[in-house]
Design a protein around this ligand. Structure first.
Ligand code: LUZ
Ligand code: MOS
Length: 752
């Protein structure tokens, strides 16, 4: 109930995204839309064009002399050069060694773009080339790793293999993915009095940007204010890597005492930032003749790139998601991050979860193929139970497990059995096309896997006309977190949604905040905002003394009584625990679950693939905003499909990215959507551990895009002459065609 006994009504409604109008009309302001300040400098950096090398000499004299150039800086101008979110191994500006193409070496500040361009061309550098490392295999050979190999284990895998009825072995390989946010990385830094500095940043993580700027400039953190109004997409790419442009802009503002702006263009952004981690996972699985998995050993290897960034945490999530929907009694999971000479890979929607889940879904497809059974049968047989067989390899109990129900309902709604029959018949008669069908699941753990990050604070101010401003650490990247928090606050006070405004995220109002990440922006920050509202409500109830005053009169009465009309809320997730060394605990507050069925059709002459139909069914709890959640489910699914089917990063043998624009890097467009696309969720308000019984939805549906990849694999199984079809991600048209061609020429044997 609201403060005056009014029923809560806004939560659960399709309130439009608070920027919907602004995005369409162009009224929404992004960092690089902010008008230029008087005296403002444009900033860019000169980067390494060599993947691995030693800088023999660097001469910036000519660049300094270019008209319009105001300053050039190197690492020597920083108070500290070394930083990093988990392992402090990252340098902002290269010192004597460069370790990836795109690594910043010299910061250039100039009056015009032309001067920037000319100065870059005038920098003379001599780099002695060293041996680069571009693959997981090569890094493994050289034992170049980031952090220790981690383990999760249960039962006795060796005994399971010794007594196994069947064993399969193989390697799952997936490539990387570019975040392809529409707004490239950008920041503007404004110098203040006495070394204070104020920064506008397109970041998911204003507090980290603030901390890194203070660190590299040698300032106390309280001298730096970072503000984020919104991002034009982020997808994890602005969880850590928005820090670099912001710190570079701050360096220039700090030194020159002039405002300074960095805004990457798309091509540069794609070349210098990292993306989703490529993985290469060796697996060995034991299973009965009935398809029951009895043992699994997986050695996960990721390509972390040149610096640690979040790679070890990403690996942690991959390791805790290799089980996905399936109970595996005996498991040994080992995870190792490889260091290569590529841009550091980082958070990307799903954060290792997709790479872990794709591994086991691929294994299940192979078991089905080997046993000549339908994969859905194998999946349901191995699915986590409701009352038993419901403990993960790391010891967390899967509570309120809806997977068996989701499988059953998705199969029924998606007419799986009927369509399986139809696909088989189609493939028997078509000489030109090939169809495939697959059903996969997702069980995504919600909470940061670093325990201390699971906290949030909020500031709520009520004004004399009854209107409300809310500030939290949540950043709006298009996912609608502002709208959800507005709804939560409006309901707490029992007031109209239009009375509530979400303010730009600022480190001035909310300190030490976590990145808006791990799908938990609304969970954590919404809970903190509600906590603040409840403190204010408790005081208002005393002012009201049962009079039931209208909201505005109540607020004014409180003001005249000198009762505080603002407060700060705090939330920390309870009951979670994770021992990273032992690989056990209860790292997640709950799981968001779902199932997806996809059917694809492949042109046997070109390899071109179309998605005929996808059905997505999820448990997203009791939705705070069904329209926004539908958008997240649809978009995440399509982004997952892009990762696994069309998006391909290609480099020269020297490691230079060739696919650095939409002309060569293919993200899905509207024509690539499933021709029939059903997105739905089940009714469930039993998730009482989270705010208003909702569930996080930002990342989990991405993993259902895996159903499309497995449908491709399934299609290939119809022409592989009984062999298990091998295909790596992304399954581009070219990759599919090569596999089809191999079957034609070598009908009995196909290597992976
Ligand atoms: N970021 C992070 C994340 O630091 N820890 C996580 O567990 C996580 N999970 C998903 C996305 N971002
Ligand atoms: Mo993230 S992958 O920034 O939730």
């Amino acid at each position: 109930m609201g403060v005056r006994g009014k029923a809560m009504t806004v939560v659960g409604k399709n309130i439009p995204h608070d920027s919907a109008r602004g995005h369409v009309t162009g009224e929404s302001i992004y960092v690089d839309d902010v008008p230029f300040a008087r005296n403002e400098l444009l900033v860019d950096f000169f980067w390494s064009s060599v993947a691995h090398g030693r800088i023999r000499s660097l001469d910036t004299t000519a660049a300094c002399g270019v008209p319009g150039v105001v300053a050039l800086y190197t690492y020597a101008d920083l108070a500290h050069n070394l930083f990093g979110p988990i392992i402090k191994d990252e340098i902002l500006l290269a010192e004597d060694v460069v370790t990836f193409i795109g690594q910043p070496i010299v910061v250039i500040a100039a009056e015009t773009r032309e001067a920037l361009r000319r100065a870059k061309a005038a920098i003379k550098i001599d780099i002695e080339k060293l041996e680069p490392v571009f693959t997981i295999d090569e890094a493994r050979r050289r034992k170049q790793f980031i952090g220790p190999t981690r383990h999760i284990a249960r039962g006795d895998v060796n005994a399971a293999f010794a007594s196994a009825e069947n064993i399969l072995q193989g390697t799952w390989r997936n490539a990387g993915q570019d975040h392809f946010y529409l707004e490239s990385q950008a920041a503007i830094a404004y110098p203040g009095e006495f070394d204070a500095i104020s920064v506008l940043s397109s970041t998911q993580n204003p507090s980290e940007v603030q901390e890194v700027i203070a660190h590299v400039l040698g300032l106390p953190i309280n001298k730096v204010v970072v503000t984020t109004k919104r991002m034009g997409g982020a997808f994890g790419g602005k969880e850590c890597q928005a820090t670099h442009p912001a710190a570079i802009a701050a360096l220039v503002a700090h030194k020159t005492k002039r405002p300074a702006r960095v805004a990457y263009n798309k091509d540069d952004d794609m070349r210098v930032t990292g993306g989703r981690h490529p993985f290469q996972n060796d697996y060995k699985v034991a299973f009965t003749n009935d398809g029951l998995i009895t043992g699994l050993q997986v050695d996960l290897y990721s390509d972390g790139g040149a610096f640690a960034d979040l790679s070890t945490a990403v690996m942690g999530r991959a390791m805790t998601h290799v089980d996905n929907a399936y109970f595996i009694p005996n498991v040994q999971i080992n995870g190792t991050v490889c260091r290569t000479t590529l841009p550091p890979n980082t958070a990307f929607r799903g954060f290792g979860g997709p790479q872990g889940v794709a591994t086991i879904e691929n294994i299940v497809e192979e078991i089905a193929c080997y046993l000549k059974r339908d994969a859905v049968e194998i999946r349901m047989k191995n699915c986590y139970g409701v009352d038993d067989r419901n403990i993960t390899p790391y010891g967390q109990t899967v509570k309120n497990n809806l997977l068996p129900r989701l499988f059953a309902e998705t199969i029924e709604r998606g007419e799986y059995q009927k369509r399986r029959q139809a696909v088989t018949e189609f493939n028997a008669q078509s000489k030109t096309h090939l169809r495939g069908l697959a059903c996969t699941a997702v069980k995504f753990g919600i909470s940061f896997n670093t325990k201390f990050l699971n906290q949030a604070n909020a500031l709520v101010n009520v004004y004399l006309d009854g209107s409300v401003q809310v500030s939290t650490g949540a950043t709006e990247m298009g996912q609608g977190v502002n709208t959800k928090i507005r709804q939560l606050v409006a309901d707490e006070f029992g007031i109209d949604i239009d009375m509530v405004m979400l303010m730009p995220t600022s480190t001035e109002k909310n300190n030490n905040t976590s990145a808006t990440a791990a799908s938990s922006g609304a969970d954590l920050n919404g809970s903190a905002a509600v906590d603040a509202c409840r403190k204010i409500k408790a005081r208002l109830a005393e002012v009201d003394r049962g009079r039931n005053l209208p909201w505005r009169e109540l607020v004014q009465a409180a003001y005249r009584d000198r009762v505080s009309l603002g407060d700060r809320g705090f939330y920390s997730t309870q009951g979670i625990d994770w021992d990273v060394d032992k690989g056990c605990g209860t790292p997640f507050l709950y799981f968001t679950q779902g199932c997806g069925i996809s059917e694809v059709e492949i042109d046997r002459f070109t390899g071109m693939m179309r998605i005929l139909r996808s059905d997505v069914l999820m448990d997203i709890g009791k939705s705070i905003n069904p329209g926004i959640d539908r958008g997240q489910m649809t978009g995440a699914f399509v982004q997952g499909v892009g990762w696994l089917t069309t998006e391909e990063l290609r480099r020269t043998p020297e490691g230079d990215l060739l696919t650095h624009s939409p002309t060569t890097y293919k993200i899905p467009n509207i024509q690539d959507l499933p021709e029939i696309f059903n997105v739905d969720w089940i009714e469930n308000d039993a998730n009482t551990v989270n705010i208003r019984s909702s569930k996080a939805v930002g990342e989990p549906p991405l993993l259902l895009g895996i159903s499309v990849f497995m449908a491709v694999k399934n299609a290939l199984s119809y022409v592989s002459n009984g062999a298990i079809p091998k295909i790596d991600a992304p399954a581009t048209g070219e990759e599919i065609l090569m596999r089809l061609t191999a079957y034609r020429h070598k009908p009995t044997f196909v290597s992976s």
